[in-house]
Design a protein around this ligand. Structure first.
Ligand SMILES: C[S@@+](CC[C@H](N)C(=O)[O-])C[C@H]1O[C@@H](n2cnc3c(N)ncnc32)[C@H](O)[C@@H]1O
Length: 306
């Protein structure tokens, strides 16, 4: 449990635990949660199973009407989860220990899923998870998902209120995972966020970042999910290579097209935005690197990873 929420949560004095509440919590986190919980009905046959998400959705008794009935963004969330798991598997094939930092974690069950699917040698390279979100979400996460010495829950507010994340990092090279949050920030905040992550990792880090073409965001109101939630998207990116120009030390390595794995009949919605995007991928997972700063290069010389 996060120290912060321990301090903030009133004692129940031995009474029954307080029922989890979504008060003060962004409803957008329900979209990926339900997508993971309902993956097999949304995308029959997909190689994705998330019993922890099913359990969470049941415990929260989510009102399905709140999330809308549009399957497209939910299928995209499943594709995004699969891409992140695959990218982390590859990063963990390198023989160094990692701290995996899940920014704007919501109720993402990634630590549980990855622990269940990683080969033992790769799992052993995960020194720690740091799951960070706004205080009400962390309080909810504390109630619903186990925190431990290995899986820490901390409060953070993007772009740059990241002190509790800084306190949870050590000399291990971090992987920062930004999933489903950048579209809610504006371009200046995204740049500030990338710069702030750079300051957290002077010796370098890897970044996994999802991104959406402005054309896809413009057409997002075709479905009832974002319309019903009155979601306002602020940041889209036409070419994930452009992250590299947004903050110092950011290098682009690769991108994965998140729509490609979907069966064609689940991609029909993308036809019009694809036309508007001139054929560029509409939804991507970018793998970026934060190269070491001058200060980080010096400290790297004195730290040995094995
Ligand atoms: C669409 S949800 C994604 C949750 C999670 N990444 C997932 O895939 O399940 C967006 C999340 O971003 C969080 N969020 C929004 N603005 C934030 C900010 N400024 N700083 C930190 N988290 C934020 C919300 O609380 C919410 O949990």
């Amino acid at each position: 449990m996060s120290e912060s929420s321990n301090a903030d949560t009133p004692s129940t004095g031995g009474a029954a635990p307080v029922a989890p509440t979504l008060d003060g919590v962004s409803r957008t986190l329900l979209i990926p949660l339900l997508a993971r919980a309902e993956a097999q009905s949304l995308w029959p046959g997909v190689a994705f199973d998330d019993a922890a998400a099913r359990d969470l959705a049941a415990r929260l008794a989510v009102d399905r009407a709140e999330v809308g009935t549009d399957p497209f963004p939910m299928r995209l969330c499943i594709s995004r989860s699969l891409a992140i798991e695959e990218a982390l598997g590859t990063l963990l094939s390198e023989p160094i220990e990692r701290t995996l930092v899940l920014l704007a974690c919501g109720l993402d069950t990634l630590p549980v899923r990855l622990d269940a699917t990683l080969a033992p040698a790769r799992r052993a390279r995960v020194r720690r998870w740091v799951c960070a979100d706004l205080p009400p979400v962390v309080a909810l996460r504390d109630q619903l998902l186990p925190a431990s010495e290995r899986i820490r829950h901390v409060r953070a507010a993007l772009p740059d209120q990241l002190d509790e994340i800084a306190a949870a990092l050590d000399e291990t090279r971090p992987v920062f995972i930004l999933e489903g949050v950048l579209p809610y920030l504006d371009a200046a905040q995204v740049a500030d966020c990338l710069a702030a992550l750079g300051r957290l990792a002077p010796a370098g880090a890897d970044l996994l970042v999802d991104g959406y073409h402005p054309a896809l965001l413009a057409f997002s109101r075709l479905g009832n999910t974002f319309r019903r939630m009155r979601t306002r998207f602020r940041f889209g990116i036409a070419d994930p290579r452009d992250y590299a120009g947004m903050a110092p030390r950011i290098h682009f390595h690769a991108q994965q097209n998140l729509l490609r794995p979907l069966p064609w009949h689940h991609r029909k919605r993308a036809w019009l935005p694809s036309l508007a995007a001139g054929g560029k991928p509409l939804a991507t997972l970018a793998q970026l690197e934060l190269t070491p700063s001058a200060e980080g290069v010096n400290s790297l010389r004195s730290v040995r990873h094995d």
